[in-house]
Design a protein around this ligand. Structure first.
Ligand SMILES: [Zn+2]
Length: 328
């Protein structure tokens, strides 16, 4: 087995299969039945990328990925809706949409929301960024969609057009609520964001509930979310670190409107530090994800144990929040 694997990587190198600068050979893709359930969503998204090239906002690939997500949500027992919006990019108007779904069970005035962006950069399979977040949120929908005993409602968001510098989908969602339904916005007790959670040279990062510039809590309730996430890693004797809450993604729009927020992240093209390598293993001074926003962000270049761990953490913490009668 080990020898076979070694042989295969030698063959891969000989065939020039892995892009320059990648610090490890692409991983073996496990056959169906051998991989965790969450990985099967990545397999499906990769198949769509092979067919359509990418799933950038406004493309056929995005539409196909959206249909896949909607089918999965329906199978999980969650009705979903599309929220359409448009934005301008380099002078052209792009029409796209978010997908929103929620559990039947739970108080509608206490909503726990989790999400990640469904679109990817043009020309890339976008499997770690952000097929991984999408896959984990789908698994959480599968775990919670059929529950009839939830205290709080859980809402699942798949954002459109995050990759256009302004996280358009989540901004549209929050702005629309702030303008048309402040009450509905105030019912969102927490928003948890997942953007890149299967990096091949990973760190396990939790969004910092404290702003590193002001040293203030970002929003009331965010520390609680952070404690739940770090508590999950502590309970498994696993290391964790923090990342600034305001890195470009879909949590920012929520925090700016005062919503409690948190999330997980395993790193982009920033290099892993020596201390992070001591903490998490892997290669120091190498990017956490050398294929970030590149054509190599495919199914061979994700770390499956990391994806599984992050998914377990997400389901655990989302379930705790959904079962918590004191959430507000
Ligand atoms: Zn992303």
């Amino acid at each position: 087995m080990q020898l076979n694997r070694l042989l295969q990587s030698v063959i891969n190198v000989a065939q020039g299969e892995f892009p320059q600068g990648v610090f490890t050979p692409p991983r073996r893709i496990p056959p169906p039945g051998e991989a965790p359930a969450v990985f099967e969503h990545l397999r499906a998204l990769q198949a769509l990328a092979d067919r359509y090239g990418d799933r950038a906002a406004g493309t056929r690939g995005y539409e196909a990925a959206a249909q896949y997500v909607e089918q999965q949500l329906a199978a999980a027992g969650c009705r979903s809706t599309r929220q359409h919006f448009s934005f301008k990019d380099s002078g052209r108007t792009i029409e796209t949409f978010n997908i929103l779904a929620e559990t039947d069970a739970g108080r509608a005035d206490h909503v726990v929301m989790i999400g990640g962006h469904l679109d990817g950069v043009p020309g890339a399979p976008a499997i770690n960024d952000n097929g991984s977040g999408v896959a984990a949120v789908l698994e959480a929908a599968k775990a919670l969609g059929g529950r009839t005993d939830l205290v709080n409602r859980v809402r699942f968001a798949f954002w459109g057009a995050e990759e256009f510098s302004k996280s358009y989908g989540s901004r549209h969602y929050v702005k629309d609520l702030a303008k048309n339904s402040k009450e509905e916005l105030s019912r969102i007790a927490a928003y948890l964001n997942f953007d890149m959670i299967a990096s091949p040279n990973p760190i396990f990062a939790v969004y910092d509930a404290r702003d590193s510039d002001t040293d203030n809590d970002i929003t009331p309730g965010s520390t609680r979310i952070m404690d739940l996430l770090t508590g999950y890693f502590d309970s498994r004797n696993l290391p964790w670190t923090t990342t600034d809450w305001d890195y470009d993604s879909d949590q920012v729009a929520f925090v700016k409107r005062g919503v409690a927020a948190g999330g997980l992240y395993t790193g982009d093209d920033e290099k892993k530090s020596n201390s992070e390598a001591r903490l998490f293993g892997g290669a120091a001074k190498q990017p956490c994800d050398p294929n970030y926003h590149d054509v190599g962000d495919d199914i061979r270049n994700v770390d499956i144990p990391t994806l599984r761990l992050m998914t377990d953490a997400i389901i655990d913490v989302t379930t705790r929040l959904a079962e918590d009668p004191r959430i507000r």
